[in-house]
Design a protein around this ligand. Structure first.
Ligand code: AHM
Ligand code: MG
Length: 335
């Protein structure tokens, strides 16, 4: 059991042997994400000063152009990963197509691709609510040394070698898995070091929180409508509490600690739901399963879905195992 005061740097070195493909490459990659997260954290924390420093699109008093935070975060992660020649390709929510990374010597032998949502929940920034970064890492399937192809990115979530998120909240945390449980590290901003604060995180088997945008209720499929009614009934340990931040990372993080279910279903308007399979749902599903929870589209486990496009969407039910199973029963029965 790792010590609580272990730093993330120490933890990565100590646990390197657990990586499926033992090489320093994945450690260096996680290190780069840790670094980019600090840069983004610094910028996110300044966001409240926007009225003083100038809004996105303006030029600030130092003559610097102000960027939207999601654009800033996207560039910070891409630059860090590209400059360090640590991956062979990146796909991002902010980019239409994947990015091929060609090394300085025109040859890139790196084996990993990263898929990332650089700043999820960014509509919450203006109102000082927590946002996050979500990342997912795969071994490429094509030959190292050749340019990456779409096939390297369109892998089912089961193939992930690591995944995680950074939450820019009341404190900043990195929570990640390499397939050996889930560990959470909290940033001490005074010295810029992440410490292991949440070793071996686990979803409680069941919980009392359901998180869904109930404003869309009329558009939900019947199974989800009935499950929500079930959550609200006065019976056994119900009614449950409704908590919805509208920031996936924050809703997931709270539910993992307290026990709960997050739901973003398909609707009449959005037949595949809203959330993206590759860089939102798959990494969360990997974390959920590693933490004893469950993630599905109502029928199929999220990580078993074979992706066909980079930005494809999927309905998403995720959280404490008993709650997800119950919601699935409703989907099966009522559609
Ligand atoms: P984004 O990638 O545009 O930020 O959208 C993803 C976010 C999730 O973080 C959040 O759970 C969901 O969208 C909220 O959507 P809604 O406002 O429709 O409830
Ligand atoms: Mg997003």
């Amino acid at each position: 059991m790792p010590q609580k005061n272990t730093t993330l740097g120490e933890f990565i070195i100590e646990n390197q042997s657990e990586f499926k493909y033992s090489s320093g490459e994945l450690s260096r990659l996680i290190n780069s994400i840790r670094l980019a997260a600090k840069v983004v954290n610094h910028e996110v924390n300044k966001a409240g000063l926007v009225d003083i420093l100038g809004a996105a699109g303006d030029t600030n008093i130092q003559g610097e152009d102000q960027q939207k935070l999601d654009v800033f975060a996207n560039e910070a992660f891409i630059k860090t990963l590209t400059n360090r020649e640590i991956v062979c390709g990146i796909a991002s929510e902010e980019e239409d197509d994947y990015i091929t990374i060609v090394g300085r010597n025109k040859k890139n032998d790196n084996k990993y691709v990263v898929l990332i949502d650089p700043l999820d929940g960014s509509s919450n920034i203006d109102v000082n609510v927590s946002v996050g970064t979500i990342f997912s890492i795969y071994r490429r399937v094509t030959e190292p040394g050749t340019p990456v192809t779409l096939d390297d990115f369109l892998q089912p979530g089961r193939n992930q070698v690591a995944a995680g998120y950074i939450i820019y909240g009341t404190s900043t945390m990195i929570v990640y898995t390499t397939g050996h449980g889930v560990n959470g590290f909290t940033l001490n901003p005074a010295i810029g070091t992440y410490y292991l604060s949440h070793p071996n995180m686990k979803f409680p088997e069941t919980g009392k929180i359901y998180s869904v945008n109930e404003g869309n209720y009329v558009h939900f499929p019947q199974g989800i409508k009935n499950y929500i009614k079930y959550c609200q009934e006065e019976e056994d340990d119900r009614p449950y509490t409704s908590r919805y931040i509208g920031s996936l990372v924050s809703d997931f993080h709270r539910n993992m600690i307290k026990g709960g279910i997050y739901i973003y279903p398909n609707t009449a308007k959005d037949p595949n739901g809203k959330l993206r399979l590759l860089y939102e749902c798959n990494p969360m599903a990997f974390l959920a399963e590693q933490a004893g929870g469950k993630a599905s589209d109502g029928i199929t486990a999220i990580m078993d879905i074979q992706p066909t496009t980079l930005h494809q969407r999927t309905p998403f039910l995720c959280g404490s195992i008993r709650m997800v199973e119950k919601a699935e029963e409703f989907v099966k029965e009522f559609g």
